[in-house]
Design a protein around this ligand. Structure first.
Ligand code: CO8
Length: 269
């Protein structure tokens, strides 16, 4: 554990252990609902992670055994005028953009309800593992509003337009298994072994080169927003840049020398 990571936080728990960082949304009495203060702290923690060269993978999860995040805090939401709603939604988008564009891989460990803004945070992660009892949904329509943290954009890009419309128009919750079948969730685990499975994958990733992970993540994310030919050109550029990194030297030399590669984890040199 690096010193100081938990000092300023009330609504999240922010831990760094060896090269893995974990942010736990921590308002279990309100099923970890996102209020302004929590979003502010989440955003600060993401800034710290972005400027820390030692962290290789970020894991997001929820405190308690009931929820990942049950959405935006409806107590705050109910009192918003349109301008306040715009500022709240914009702050949420900025924070979720920050999450999606982190150079390191991010895994969501969804250990219960991931509703509304909670689903939207998970959708901005690189992939999701869920516990058997996890539930996903965008129930905003039931509140007379629509998803405001990217759900109308990221969900159709992930599972297709018509399935996304059905979920957004009905607001219905789906099980972890249904979410896996739709391609929202990569793996489903028993609640007790979820974190172990997430950490196993996180550690496999953490042993890889930071430059090449960053290049792969950027090529995939940016490539998804453009046509195939432009995406392939982006890959060519990213691939050639990788060859200038110490990761590429280490990885290829280790293979030829019949030893395991040890990547320094530096983006530079
Ligand atoms: N906000 C505030 N409090 C919440 C929330 C929430 N989203 N979810 C749960 N809680 C609270 C409950 O009020 C309850 O508090 P208390 O014990 O004081 O009564 C406590 O958490 C436990 O919840 P329940 O007793 O309801 O637990 P159940 O197991 O009976 O039900 C559910 C669990 C099904 C998850 C239920 O709590 C629920 O439906 N929650 C609301 C889910 C929801 O609608 N989320 C979407 C919110 S809107 C949103 O996320 C939009 C994001 C973009 C916003 C941008 C716009 C500006």
């Amino acid at each position: 554990m690096h010193g100081g990571t938990n000092m300023a936080y009330e609504h999240i728990i922010f831990e760094i252990k060896s090269s893995l960082a974990t942010i736990t949304f921590n308002r279990p009495k309100a099923l970890n609902a996102l209020n302004n203060a929590l979003i502010e702290e989440f955003s600060m923690a993401l800034d710290t992670i972005a400027s820390n060269q030692d962290i290789r993978v970020l894991i997001l999860t929820g405190a308690g055994d009931k929820a990942f995040v049950a959405g935006a805090d409806i107590n705050e939401l109910a009192a918003f005028n349109p301008l306040e709603a715009k500022l709240f939604s914009r702050r949420g988008h900025r924070t979720i953009d920050k999450l999606q564009t982190l150079s390191i891989p991010v895994i969501a460990a969804v250990n219960g309800f991931a509703l509304g803004g909670g689903s939207e945070i998970a959708l901005a992660c690189d992939f999701i593992y869920a516990s058997e009892d996890a539930k996903f949904g965008l129930p905003e329509i039931t509140l007379g509003i629509i998803p405001g943290f990217g759900g109308t954009q990221r969900l159709p890009r992930l599972i297709g337009k018509n399935l996304a419309k059905e979920l957004i128009f009905t607001g219905r919750m789906i099980s972890a298994e249904e979410a896996r079948q739709m391609g929202i969730v990569n793996q489903v685990h028993e609640a007790e072994s979820l974190m172990e499975a997430v950490k196993k994958t996180a550690n496999m990733i953490a042993a890889k080169g930071k430059t090449s992970l960053r290049a792969a993540k950027e090529a995939i994310n940016k490539g998804m927003d453009v046509d195939l030919s432009t995406g392939c050109h982006m890959e060519i550029d990213a691939f050639s840049l990788c060859m200038a990194s110490s990761d590429a030297k280490e990885g290829t030399h280790a293979f030829l020398e019949k030893r395991k590669a040890i990547f320094k984890g530096s983006l530079i040199g």
